[in-house]
Write a protein that binds this ligand. Structure first.
Ligand SMILES: [Zn+2]
Length: 85
Protein backbone atom coordinates (compact mmCIF):
# COMPACT_ATOMS: atom_id res chain seq x y z
CA UNK A 1 0.00 0.00 0.00
CA UNK A 2 1.26 3.43 -0.96
CA UNK A 3 0.59 6.79 0.55
CA UNK A 4 -0.66 9.54 -1.80
CA UNK A 5 2.78 11.11 -1.58
CA UNK A 6 4.38 7.90 -2.87
CA UNK A 7 5.86 6.65 0.39
CA UNK A 8 5.30 3.12 1.53
CA UNK A 9 2.68 2.94 4.20
CA UNK A 10 4.26 -0.18 5.66
CA UNK A 11 7.64 1.50 5.96
CA UNK A 12 6.25 4.43 7.88
CA UNK A 13 4.33 2.15 10.19
CA UNK A 14 7.32 0.00 10.93
CA UNK A 15 9.38 3.09 11.62
CA UNK A 16 6.74 4.30 14.03
CA UNK A 17 6.72 0.93 15.71
CA UNK A 18 10.45 1.11 16.21
CA UNK A 19 10.09 4.60 17.62
CA UNK A 20 7.75 3.46 20.37
CA UNK A 21 9.83 0.40 21.11
CA UNK A 22 11.41 0.91 24.54
CA UNK A 23 14.57 -0.72 23.22
CA UNK A 24 15.09 1.99 20.63
CA UNK A 25 17.97 4.25 21.55
CA UNK A 26 17.82 8.05 21.14
CA UNK A 27 20.28 7.72 18.27
CA UNK A 28 18.06 5.21 16.51
CA UNK A 29 15.01 7.36 17.18
CA UNK A 30 16.76 10.32 15.62
CA UNK A 31 17.51 8.35 12.48
CA UNK A 32 13.96 7.04 12.26
CA UNK A 33 12.50 10.50 12.63
CA UNK A 34 14.95 11.91 10.14
CA UNK A 35 13.83 9.36 7.57
CA UNK A 36 10.15 10.04 8.24
CA UNK A 37 10.72 13.77 8.02
CA UNK A 38 12.19 13.36 4.55
CA UNK A 39 8.63 13.52 3.40
CA UNK A 40 6.78 16.63 4.61
CA UNK A 41 3.44 14.99 3.96
CA UNK A 42 4.16 11.95 6.08
CA UNK A 43 5.77 14.00 8.77
CA UNK A 44 2.82 16.38 8.72
CA UNK A 45 0.49 13.49 9.42
CA UNK A 46 2.47 12.62 12.50
CA UNK A 47 1.64 15.99 14.00
CA UNK A 48 -1.80 14.56 14.55
CA UNK A 49 -2.16 12.33 17.56
CA UNK A 50 -5.06 10.57 15.89
CA UNK A 51 -2.92 9.68 12.92
CA UNK A 52 -0.19 8.35 15.16
CA UNK A 53 -2.67 6.18 17.01
CA UNK A 54 -4.26 4.94 13.81
CA UNK A 55 -0.91 4.01 12.33
CA UNK A 56 0.28 2.30 15.46
CA UNK A 57 -2.93 0.33 15.76
CA UNK A 58 -2.30 -1.11 12.32
CA UNK A 59 1.19 -2.06 13.34
CA UNK A 60 1.98 -5.65 14.21
CA UNK A 61 3.55 -4.83 17.57
CA UNK A 62 1.18 -2.04 18.55
CA UNK A 63 1.19 -1.54 22.28
CA UNK A 64 0.09 2.04 22.16
CA UNK A 65 0.59 3.67 25.49
CA UNK A 66 2.11 7.08 25.00
CA UNK A 67 1.34 8.84 21.74
CA UNK A 68 1.85 12.18 23.45
CA UNK A 69 5.34 11.17 24.41
CA UNK A 70 6.00 9.97 20.88
CA UNK A 71 4.77 13.23 19.45
CA UNK A 72 6.98 15.13 21.82
CA UNK A 73 9.90 12.99 20.74
CA UNK A 74 9.19 13.60 17.08
CA UNK A 75 8.73 17.32 17.54
CA UNK A 76 11.92 17.59 19.53
CA UNK A 77 13.92 15.54 17.04
CA UNK A 78 12.60 17.33 14.00
CA UNK A 79 13.82 20.60 15.44
CA UNK A 80 17.25 19.09 15.85
CA UNK A 81 17.16 17.75 12.31
CA UNK A 82 16.06 21.06 10.83
CA UNK A 83 18.61 22.94 12.83
CA UNK A 84 21.39 20.75 11.48
CA UNK A 85 20.14 21.05 7.92
ZN1 LIG B 1 5.38 10.44 2.33
Amino acid sequence: MKEPCGCSCDDIQSQLCELVDPGTTPEQARELIASISDCPQCYGRLQSEQEIRAMLQRCCTAQVEAPAELRERITMQIRVTRFRA
